[in-house]
Ligand binder design. Structure first.
Ligand code: HEM
Length: 503
């Protein structure tokens, strides 16, 4: 009897899997076999390779295809290779692809599902993105520049205290994390932190906890993907209770302080207060959902910029340390440009540095911090055939669509000799050779990165201050890469020797 039940279950599962995994074959789309589709998960979980590097291998296997079928565990995903299709999905036909895939059911964790990145409802998303956008305009960034500069100078002072005028060996990822913490805690939570001098600072500690939960949430993602109801019925959340309570209470304190001091300046918290509960004038009158909504947005603004900007700073330092000619050219540009600005590092001065801009762009190309842009078809969508061997493809409503940034950035058809760190690709004379939509570290279209200008300011300012004070030299701990596998480099830590400049 049991044997019969067991056999029936196995047959049903096999039958179901066969149906799921024939999705791309049935549509005549070239695809990665289901077994191989597990590769990215396995290699990532076993820390053999990053998600983006495994996906790049898949992208490279289909050099002549505009798109490729893939299975994200059980879910069919369309991987886009063609740059014209990237444009259609991100920009031209954005009305169809305005949303990300909902990996975790929205009702599972409100702090997670209510934040800007995860909002799937176009109207709700737009109502939130529009007021937040004002904080990332040039004018606003100029106003917040002194605050960012104060933190970056705190970093230099910290390094000076440590190095005492002598060469000093440093692992840069950790110190850049502390820098980002201090900048973002102030900008989005209204809290002054000094994690640079005290890495055990409570805010930083809780943020690390929340982010390691986010990494752990990889496992929850898989469970949510397979058994969403199970997770919900278990009352599972993405963020732990401790993390939720901590960040919510920080936001409450910030709001209280605003009411008590009648501080109504147009910062992120006040703007969100205005958006959610404009008529309230006391913390006690605010609804729980307003506090949660504001906390959710502060968390995403903090987290979205944290790993991405830290990784960009570290990888930039790494590349210019191993490429002294580039470092010298960059240092000379910084010194020469500042001469035109009374020797003062200002917003306008760092924005006037063209080579610095090229170095940052090339870092983002070669060491793209995020692995893919994901979109979901919100209605059926046709991709017309372009050659006789291809059929017109109907992308069914709900299908996730992935654009593999790193694979596109390292495709020799887009960037010749792609493994080489060569900022001159973006120089004034060369930039017309860069294909549209081939350089997409911040995504593209209305759903692209909200904070990209902010990130550029933080990276450019920090590198300027660092190079003005130190020459960067390799140490015997500096891992020397044999490919652009950022993952390996980061695993070893990004070690440099800071050699103080004589002034
Ligand atoms: C080097 C640093 C950064 C990189 C490479 C980066 C990259 C990205 C990418 C690839 C996306 C998805 C875009 C798309 O799907 O088209 C994104 C979205 C986003 N980023 Fe960034 N980011 C960086 C820094 C920041 C910073 C500093 C902030 C906050 C101040 C930020 C806030 C956001 C937000 C809120 C979204 C979601 C936007 C939406 O869905 O409307 N990012 N970012």
């Amino acid at each position: 009897m049991w044997v019969l039940i067991f056999t029936t279950i196995v047959v049903l599962i096999i039958f179901r899997l066969k149906k799921v995994y024939s999705y791309w074959k049935d549509r005549g789309v070239d695809y990665v076999s289901p077994l191989r589709s597990f590769g990215p998960f396995a290699e990532n979980i076993l820390r053999m390779n990053s998600h983006s590097e495994v996906l790049k291998r898949i992208y490279d296997e289909f050099p002549n295809k505009r798109y490729v079928g893939f299975y994200n565990i059980f879910q069919p995903v369309l991987i886009i290779r063609d740059l014209e299709l990237v444009k259609r999905i991100c920009v031209k036909d954005y009305h169809v692809f305005h949303s990300h895939s909902e990996i975790i059911p929205s009702e599972l964790d409100d702090l997670w599902s209510k934040h800007l990145f995860n909002l799937t409802d176009k109207k709700l998303w737009n109502n939130l993105r529009t007021p937040l956008r004002q904080f990332f305009t040039t004018n606003k960034l100029k106003l917040s520049f002194p605050v960012i500069q104060k933190v970056s100078r705190n970093l230099i002072n910290y390094l000076k205290t440590k190095s005492k005028g002598q060469p000093y060996t440093l692992e840069t990822r950790e110190i850049f994390k502390r820098l980002l913490n201090d900048i973002s805690a102030n900008a989005y939570f209204g809290v002054n932190c000094d994690a640079i001098n005290n890495g055990e600072n409570e805010f930083m500690y809780m943020a690390r906890k929340a982010m390691s939960i986010s990494m752990m949430s990889g496992v929850k993602h898989v469970i949510a993907n397979l058994f969403p109801r199970l997770l919900k019925s278990m009352g599972a959340k993405i963020y732990s209770k401790e993390v939720r309570t901590f960040f919510t209470s920080i936001i409450k304190q910030s709001i209280k302080m605003r009411y008590e001091n009648e501080f109504r300046g147009p910062d992120v918290i006040n703007t969100l207060l205005q958006l959610y509960d404009a008529d309230k004038s006391h913390l006690d009158n605010l609804s729980e959902s307003t506090v949660k909504n504001i906390t959710a947005q502060a968390i995403i603004l903090y987290f979205a910029g944290f790993e991405t900007t830290t990784s960009t700073l570290s990888m930039l330092v790494y590349e210019i340390t191993l490429n002294p000619d580039i470092q010298t050219k960059l240092y000379e540009e910084i010194v020469n440009t500042l001469k035109g600005f009374n020797g003062t590092v200002s917003y306008d001065a760092i924005m006037a540095m063209e080579y610095l801009d090229n170095v940052v762009k090339e870092t983002l190309r070669l060491h793209t911090p995020t692995s893919l842009l994901d979109r979901r078809a919100m209605s059926d969508y046709e991709i017309e055939s372009e050659d006789p061997k291809e059929k017109t493809l109907l992308v069914k409503k709900g299908t996730p669509v992935w654009i593999l940034q790193k694979a596109i950035h390292l495709d020799p058809n887009n960037f010749p000799n792609p493994e080489k760190f060569d900022p001159d690709r973006f120089s004034y004379g060369n930039k017309q050779n860069i294909k549209n939509y081939s350089h997409i570290p911040f995504g593209s279209g209305p759903r692209s990165c909200l904070g990209y200008r902010h990130a550029m300011v933080v990276v450019k300012l920090t590198i300027t201050e660092l190079l003005l004070n130190y020459e960067l030299l390799p140490t015997n701990k500096t891992y020397v890469k044999n490919s652009s596998k950022t993952y390996n480099i980061i695993d070893h830590g990004v070690w440099v020797k800071l050699n103080p400049r004589m002034k």
